[in-house]
Design a protein around this ligand. Sequence first.
Ligand code: 13P
Length: 255
Amino acid sequence: MRIPFVAGNWKMNTTVTEAEQLIFEMLEKLDRIEGVEKVLCPPFVSLVAVNMMLRGSSIKLGAQNMYFETAGAYTGEISPLMLRELCEFVILGHSERRWYFGETDEIVNKKVKVALTNKLKPILCVGERLAENEAGKTEEVVNRQVTAALNGAEPVSNLVVAYEPVWAIGTGKAASGEQAAATIQFIRDVLAKLWNKSIAQNLRILYGGSVTRANIAEFISHPEIDGALVGGASLKAEEFASIVEQTAEIKGRIK
Ligand code: 13P
């Protein structure tokens, strides 16, 4: 049985003060929701403060990126050793990293392997761009991204995959529940071939891209979709709590 999973990716938003305020606003409500793994991914500079605020709660912490070396002369980079003192998860291969910062499949692969060997749980993001979608290449693209990212990695159950079609991120144009469920099932089949069926069956695969309190039900009512990676809507305490609440309620019902 896969435990539903909802993560908030705050991206490059919130100062430390604002991050503390946002945690203050959502902590109690989120903490009480059972049956969903809840993860918040604030910017690096807020990880220490948020880590302290989340102690003793049921909410877990994640980072948004990481370098693939553990230490050394890499000015400005953050290592898995630094992160693992503070958080359990790390988002890797987000499309904004791939397209704005030139992260290739090879770089994502190095990061995934280093995260796993350092006991950080990757939230691996994959997804096609608009032109690829329109050309019918969605499966080809996600197959390539998943296969490349996991190349040489030992099969593990502490990987989370997020299917985030690039055209749906921050655009208000979410995929339909059916589209997302079909691609997520395809990703699970790719994982079954790459690793094995029983591990693939146990991995959580999320949908991400313009998820809101108004459309979350459409996604998580599909048994293939184990939860959501939420961007903009995770910056609003009420809305994010509602997304997690609906996930708990709907997944609890279809269990
Ligand atoms: P939005 O929810 O703002 O579309 O962002 C999705 C995302 O990229 C989460 O990682």
